[in-house]
Design a protein around this ligand. Structure first.
Ligand SMILES: Cc1cc2nc3c(=O)[nH]c(=O)nc-3n(C[C@H](O)[C@H](O)[C@H](O)COP(=O)(O)OP(=O)(O)OC[C@H]3O[C@@H](n4cnc5c(N)ncnc54)[C@H](O)[C@@H]3O)c2cc1C
Length: 403
């Protein structure tokens, strides 16, 4: 495979975060090698890509038209389907309440990855190398990746988008706290009798969330988080039996259900790396943070990692992997990553826990969100992008006091 012996930046891993990073860095004027095998073509998941992430992708040349097969997400509802002593009220969030037409788009992963692959292939400044990195040599002046065929590529900065087991993270000596969860996610798509009206419903159960997300037409995708044994059992069921189980879980909200295509199970974990940059390596996406699929946060957080890496690299153009650039990146990500991972993990643990105070706290939080409009608006804006809820609250308070 032909490739240069050195580039300014090397992105390891060609999953969605790696491809977005390569696009962003090449557009910022850096010669960038994107090294990794192609993303799988049979990924049955869909990703809720939120409006700020869509806006960022459009600056990289990917607009709504790139995502055929995606559906807008206009309403999000949380239903407590536990049989616990303290149950939470149903909370519904409408994008219209914060003046938006949608929270984002639900995009099948195969569509997202194909659109990103196409954009990468057309992007000047990206050298695509379809192989794995087998070893790293990191020193104070450069990073060297050893490829499968023994060839090497040197760069000033490595963006490690090589997933939850990130070999680049390990080579850089970055510590990752890891906890395997007693949960797995069954994913599939299904057709249904009644329209979803652009609404996604997250049922909170004792085993984790069961989330339906709209697809075009009378179709939806499903992420069913449950115990690993149960997920394996569901995976083996016939289509009709599984459809009945899903309809029952959804309290027949969408009427009769017909499973479409195949299904997959994903094991779940909590992983948190700290610091997110060191020794010429900046972590992005699941190399930096992994948490359960609640509230569609994972890839959206990874996209914000990329935004911040591109800013730090641009501010240190002579040497984008210098300690000052890495420190700037690590500082910029600290609040967002800690808050998102912490909140999602806390919510997940509160579902699994039979500890009464945890149930009371979850119920009180959701009740407050249902009853207090400004708090609900704040949660919706902050769910889309950190800081946007607080800045909007500040703007409207200033308008009210005539400031
Ligand atoms: C069931 C489920 C539903 C989800 N739904 C949502 C959602 O609705 N919204 C949302 O925002 N997020 C969602 N997420 C999270 C989202 O899927 C992840 O955040 C995202 O896929 C992470 O992308 P990534 O590129 O960081 O990692 P990955 O997709 O894991 O990519 C890592 C890449 O690195 C490559 N690699 C590994 N080792 C090497 C090496 N040595 N050399 C080169 N390449 C290497 C791998 O081949 C792989 O292609 C969901 C997750 C799950 C499990």
């Amino acid at each position: 495979m032909s490739h240069p012996a050195s580039t300014q930046i090397l992105v390891a891993g060609a999953g969605p975060v790696g491809m977005i990073a390569a696009l962003a860095l090449a557009r910022a004027g850096f010669v960038t090698a994107l090294v990794g095998p192609p993303a799988p073509k049979d990924d049955r998941r869909t990703t809720a890509v939120m409006a700020p992430s869509l806006a960022y992708l459009s600056t990289l040349g990917l607009d709504d038209g790139s995502f055929a097969g995606a559906a807008p997400l206009r309403t999000m509802r949380i239903i407590d389907a536990t049989s616990r002593l303290v149950r939470s009220p149903t909370v519904t969030f409408h994008a219209a309440e914060i003046g938006e037409t949608r929270f984002g788009l639900n995009v099948p992963n195969v569509v997202l990855n194909a659109a990103l692959e196409q954009a990468v292939s057309e992007q000047a400044g990206v050298v695509r190398v379809e192989t794995t990195v087998t070893d790293w040599n990191l020193n104070s002046s450069y990073a060297q990746a050893v490829l499968e065929d023994g060839a090497t590529i040197r760069s000033r900065l490595v963006v490690a988008a090589d997933g939850r087991n990130s070999p680049a993270r390990e080579a850089a000596g970055i510590n990752a706290r890891r906890r395997e969860l007693p949960q797995a996610a069954l994913v599939l798509s299904f057709a249904h009798e009644r329209p979803h009206g652009g609404c996604s419903t997250e049922f909170h159960t004792e085993d984790g969330p069961f989330t339906q997300v709209p697809l075009p037409g009378d179709r939806s995708s499903l992420v069913w988080v449950t115990k690993p044994d149960n997920a394996r059992e569901l995976l083996a069921l016939g289509n009709e039996e599984l459809a009945l189980r899903i309809e029952e879980r959804m309290q027949s909200m969408l009427g009769k259900i017909a499973i479409e295509g195949g299904r997959q199970v994903y094991p779940l974990a909590e992983i948190s790396a700290s610091p997110v940059a060191r020794a010429r390596v900046a972590l992005a996406g699941e190399a930096a943070h992994v948490f359960p699929p609640i509230g569609a946060q994972g890839l959206n957080l990874g996209i914000r990692d990329v935004e911040d890496i591109a800013l730090a690299a641009q501010a240190h153009r002579d040497d984008p992997g210098a300690p000052a650039a890495l420190d700037a990146y690590a500082r910029s990500r600290l609040g967002d990553v800690t808050a998102r991972s912490g909140l999602v993990n806390l919510l997940n643990r509160s579902l699994l826990s039979s500890f009464l105070p945890a149930q009371i706290a979850r119920s009180a939080g959701l009740t407050a969100m249902r009853e207090i409009g400004p708090l609900r608006n704040l949660a919706m804006r902050e769910g889309l992008r950190p800081g946007s809820g607080f800045s909007s609250l500040f703007r409207s308070s200033r308008e009210q006091v005539g400031g």
